[in-house]
Design a protein around this ligand. Structure first.
Ligand code: ADP
Length: 369
């Protein structure tokens, strides 16, 4: 998380009625802090997509206020063009969003409309395709791709805009498990570059471990907003929203009520910390793209530049997804681990090491040259 001061998006008493009368948003007041990772959770029909469509001006409120950077969203042509330069929305169904025939044309479409030079457009298309692992499909007709692949193209099109706010409506629905982890890694990369990332999801486990701020919507109303630990401790809210308690939260809560720990970590490695019995932790060896020397223990990769290096050099990886967390789990089990990590994502590792340090354990980190 790179929380800067200020609020990037805000709604005040926002109401929206669809034609036909459905009152889909009821007095919704939310503040999205700049540079934050936000997860909206709640059942189908809660109003998440409707709210997102207000954030980038697809829908206009029936009543209330929507602000971007403390200015009311203008629904003039100019106002909307300006807003959508910064606020990019990946719809739940990629087929609602994709309208070019060939993969690379679809990704180039947004940057082309920003009047960027051709070199820059090409660079952005390459980079976005690489990030979603679709660089070999660039010339393919989109209708030949699977649902999950089309979804990845929709995400790549958004990434190519270099948005200040990236909004993704159920981005992981229809993706295979590895791509789900990859998507959260991409979201971290976008966030680390200073952008705000907003998603909706039914996956409480990931909302819990990934988000800085969780907002619960039910039946068009905001039921709760706060840190993941705050929100997932509100049993009555979870019941009303039909949400389960994330497993890690439940385990940490159990250990807390049993006096084993009062630290509510957000991932499985913190559960391991709470249960630890004198295991001497291993060392984390950090490698950067360009390093081809010795590795120690199982090897993970986190970040696009590192991934690209690993692939082009045929380096074997055991921890290909969720790698920071999985390396730390290995280390807490007494093994060494190696991690190819983009320098731009050092913050994500630092945050993880701080979580561990809160339990009184310092993980030794060695940078490999
Ligand atoms: P969520 O994204 O949380 O599943 P939505 O924002 O899609 O919820 O829907 C909120 C409510 O608005 C639901 O009751 C849904 O049926 C209704 N709704 C959504 N789209 C339309 C539409 N185009 N016309 C009428 N009602 C709609």
């Amino acid at each position: 998380m790179k929380i800067e001061m200020g609020t990037i998006l805000e709604t005040k008493d926002l109401n929206y009625r669809y034609e036909g009368g459905k009152h889909a948003l009821k007095n919704v007041s939310v503040k999205i802090p700049t540079g934050c990772k936000v997860a909206f959770v709640g059942p189908n029909g809660a109003g998440k997509s409707t709210l997102f469509m207000h954030f980038n001006g697809i829908l206009k409120q029936t009543d209330g206020i929507v602000e971007y950077n403390s200015k009311k969203v203008e629904h003039s042509k100019k106002g909307l063009i300006e807003l959508r330069k910064d606020v990019t929305f990946v719809m739940q169904n990629p087929d609602d969003q994709i309208f070019n025939v060939i993969v690379e044309d679809d990704i180039a479409f947004g940057p082309f409309n920003l009047d960027l030079p051709m070199d820059e457009i090409r660079k952005r298309v390459d980079e976005a395709l690489k990030m979603v692992g679709m660089e070999n499909e660039r010339k393919r007709p989109i209708h030949h791709l699977s649902f999950g692949q089309r979804k990845r193209i929709a995400v790549a099109s958004a990434l190519a805009m270099h948005p200040k706010v990236l909004i993704m409506d159920e981005p992981t629905a229809g993706l295979d498990p590895e791509m789900v982890h990859r998507l959260y890694e991409i979201a971290d990369e976008v966030n680390m570059s200073g952008s705000t990332v907003i998603i909706s999801t039914h996956d409480v486990e990931t909302a819990y471990s990934w988000a800085d701020l969780v907002i619960v919507l039910v039946n068009g109303e905001v039921l709760a907003q706060g840190t993941p630990a705050e929100v997932f401790s509100m049993k009555d809210v979870l019941d009303k929203a039909g949400l389960s308690v994330p497993m890690v939260h439940g385990l940490n809560e159990f250990m807390s009520t049993n006096g084993r720990s009062n630290i509510y970590g957000r991932t499985m490695s913190t559960v391991l910390l709470n249960m630890r019995r004198g295991v001497i932790p291993g060392t984390l060896y950090v490698m950067r793209p360009g390093y081809t020397g010795k590795v120690y223990g199982r090897t993970g990769v986190y970040g696009s530049a590192s991934r690209s290096f690993i692939e082009s050099n045929n380096i074997t990886i055991q921890l290909g997804f969720n790698a920071i967390e999985r390396c730390v789990e290995d280390i807490l089990n007494g093994n060494d681990a190696s991690l190819y990590l983009d320098t731009s994502l050092d913050h994500v590792l630092d945050r993880k090491l701080l979580d561990v340090a809160a339990h009184g354990i310092t993980i030794a980190v060695e940078e490999c040259h």
